[in-house]
Design a protein around this ligand. Structure first.
Ligand SMILES: NC(=O)c1ccc[n+]([C@@H]2O[C@H](COP(=O)([O-])OP(=O)(O)OC[C@H]3O[C@@H](n4cnc5c(N)ncnc54)[C@H](OP(=O)(O)O)[C@@H]3O)[C@@H](O)[C@H]2O)c1
Length: 298
């Protein structure tokens, strides 16, 4: 068996085109969705992510604003910057690129974001709303997984989904969304983590496996049930000689792609799977925020 490749890049391009069309209509009414980024420090991966998100804004016709601050920025300075984004009328949504330098109190910073502009869906208010089924925004990566499945005709209803990884950003909110009683949900969800005994026994039962671990090629094909669907959220840098890749590294997922391809019926690649969907969902949330502010939707 050779798995069908689920092309997240192609699906995200379609979504971006839809967002660009809607943005063009909004602009005729004098509304330009605005997305802001706060980047503290010089972490190369964070810089790349913010650059990619800024480019995505350009592509769909959004206004974007990136505020860069040095590593030694204080908590007070950062809170002040967050507040300026909170009150900026041109910014409908914004995010603080994580992780923050260790001396900063990440929880306090996130809690200071106005939930109306919290397009990452990290504030306690929005997390609580999601858990109680009255979400105002869907968290971007879990929403990307759900949307990618929906547009690839993969219905999780009645399926056993095994998620490996229980972070607040990916695994836990995804378990909430997949297990809820509505479209895109209705799955039976098992949430595995580092204390789970014998992960293989759960993987072997899974109709759909979602890997969100942050450990390169952690899951192998021989652990999977034949015909299952594999959604690989992991993005890991693995060092390689410059003769192989001039960057000196390549990106791999949390699933060993070649061996999983032989067992699964469909699989997302890394890169080009869930990653581009996350950015598309961020744009979608910003569009929603802009339409809410204009009174077009509730
Ligand atoms: N594609 C995207 O857009 C996107 C977005 C976000 C993240 N990611 C990627 O997704 C991956 C996960 O990110 P994250 O932020 O969720 O990571 P995280 O906060 O570090 O969480 C990792 C999770 O994996 C579990 N885990 C770690 N080692 C394990 C093991 N040996 N066996 C079983 N479970 C294990 C941890 O368990 P414990 O809770 O017990 O420690 C934790 O729940 C990373 O590669 C990240 O780069 C991609």
């Amino acid at each position: 068996m050779s798995a069908k490749i689920i092309d997240g890049k192609a699906v995200s391009d379609l979504i971006k085109n839809e967002i660009a069309e809607e943005t063009a209509q909004l602009q005729k009414k004098g509304i330009t969705p605005g997305l802001g980024f706060i980047l503290v420090g010089d972490d190369p991966a964070s810089q790349t992510y913010v650059r990619m998100k800024g480019k995505a804004c350009e592509r769909v016709g959004f206004y974007s604003l990136t505020e860069r601050r040095p590593t030694e920025t204080t908590q007070e300075e950062l809170l002040d910057l967050v507040n300026r984004f909170n009150v900026n009328p041109d910014i409908h949504g914004f995010l603080i690129q994580l992780p923050l330098p260790g001396h900063l109190n990440e929880v306090e910073i996130i809690e200071s974001v106005d939930p109306v502009k919290d397009v990452d869906c990290f504030t306690p208010y929005n997390v609580g709303s999601l858990t109680s089924g009255r979400e105002s925004f869907m968290p971007c990566t879990p929403a990307g997984v759900i949307e990618l499945m929906r547009r690839s005709d993969i219905d999780p209803s009645g399926k056993h989904v095994v998620i490996v990884g229980r972070s607040n950003i990916v695994g836990r909110p995804l378990a909430t969304l997949l297990s809820r009683k509505s479209e895109g949900g209705n799955a039976t969800v098992t949430l595995c983590h580092s204390r789970t005994r014998d992960i293989s026994q759960f993987l072997r039962q899974a109709d759909i496996v979602v890997a969100a671990i942050g450990s390169p090629e952690f899951i192998h094909g021989d652990q999977l049930k034949p015909g299952c669907i594999v959604i690989d959220v992991g993005v890991n840098r693995v060092n390689v000689p410059e003769s192989e890749d001039k960057r000196g590294y390549r990106l791999v997922g949390d699933v060993h792609f070649d061996s999983a391809c032989k067992i699964a019926s469909a699989i997302t690649p890394v890169p080009g799977g869930v990653g581009p969907m996350t950015i598309a969902m961020l744009l979608k949330n910003t569009l929603i925020a802009a339409k809410r502010k204009a009174g077009i939707i509730q």
